[in-house]
Design a protein around this ligand. Sequence first.
Ligand code: GLN
Length: 526
Amino acid sequence: MPTKYIIVTGGVLSGLGKGIAAASIGHLLSSRLRIVPIKCDGYLNVDPGTMNPYEHGEVFVLDDGGEVDMDFGHYERFLGVTCKSKWNLTMGKVFDMIRQKERRGDYLGKTVQYIPHVTDLIKNHIFEISREESAELIIVEIGGTVGDIENELFLESVRQMKEDVGRGNIAYVHLTYVPIPYGVNEQKSKPTQQSVNLLKQRGIFPDVIVGRCSRFLSQKVRTKISNFCDVDPEAVVTGLDVEDIYEIPLIFEQEGLPAILHKKLNIYSPPDMTKWRKWIDNLRNPTREITIAMCGKYTRLEDSYASIIESFNHCSAHLSCKINLKLVETSDLKDTSFLDGVDGVVVPGGFGQRGTEGKISVIRAVREKNIPFLGLCLGLQLAVIEFGRNACGLDRANSTEIDPNTPHPVIDILPEQIGVSEKGGTMRLGAYRAVLKQGSLVHSLYQAGEVTERHRHRYEVNPRYHRVIEEKGMVFSGLSKDGRLVEFIELPGHRFFVATQAHPELKSRMEAPAPLFYGFVKACMR
Ligand code: GLN
């Protein structure tokens, strides 16, 4: 069978959930096919690693160390694949490659042009991935909205692709917005028509239109969109607003989307959604309820912590427990009275000094009050600082990232990071193995002696302080294979006090919630 391609574009507005739509389509088709998701982003950064998560959402880290768009989180969670950094193609990467080829002399004698040179490079990148992965289905998501200058070259490339791969092997799915204006109380198709016109001007004729809306699309609006946009009436489907993104595959299934794609591409075999349905049912009808405080910095934008939020959703679905996440901004924290009525505290990753003292005071409170605590990356570092200061008498202990002049640098820069001045892609990134201590809580949570989690950091627990900290009772329950780096810590005797230098939230899946999150939530429920 030739490789099939589904191209997902978006119109009208950004933020309509193209990534989740692409991932959900993949989920419905993934039971039989080897699927590879590819995301094309129009910005000139090589990767999102240097961007502010407040602007761009979470930076997702892959096993191979790639820092990629947060949509890869959705892909991994919905498709059950382990993605590679090559699958995130940014304009920054494209221009990098073009320039290298030009300098090498690959285009000798020619004027290097957007068409065909840049578009060929984009297409070849996609075809190369397809070959390397022996992909049966490639889902290409084009970031941004049709009409943006940034994604024109990607759109032109995927337009050309239909000749390269054959029209029967490629389907175009366009996600738009169907508003119901206040007072009018009727679904409006005009934005969709205009957006599809923009797409058609670029030579792309959608096979499927997904209309994002707060209600199922009426027959009337479906007919209208079908007429004006030249798609089959049954190929106009609802992208319903939902509480939980995990409901989207079920909505698409109900709307007959797999059958339409099957008609075009001949690829569908119905997936078994029984378990998925049960998890969704647990999310909708929980039997328990708890409140967890997340003490962060970018807490105004939930996207900055997307994977953590999803990890909690996975626990909710498995434990039938609603988790109210209370986002606590620690930059201007007055006291820790918010802890009354909170069942547990998570301190997520972060960079820089702002908000760290607030988090340290929260960690002290949860340690002393025996409130379940989970620390992630910076969360581990701050837990060690707090313990250093208040349990080991290391006055003004700190991380050299936060206070370069601290008398007790319990957290210090990784030796291999000293002298690194470039910021992009230079942290300790990707999957690293840790050896877990027999008999520790972490060992029992993972049910394994060795685990691999993903990392994104420059600093670590300073080996000079390992002994004094351990003597005072903090257990380093997971170390790097050479025993040099602290990967997991815990406090015996506490209800649940665990932290890791890694980001286990990046590998949590609906099918298999991250063990640390699972254990933490269970402790909060007790
Ligand atoms: N800023 C810390 C470091 O670089 C923690 C990073 C993180 O939490 N991802 O080590």
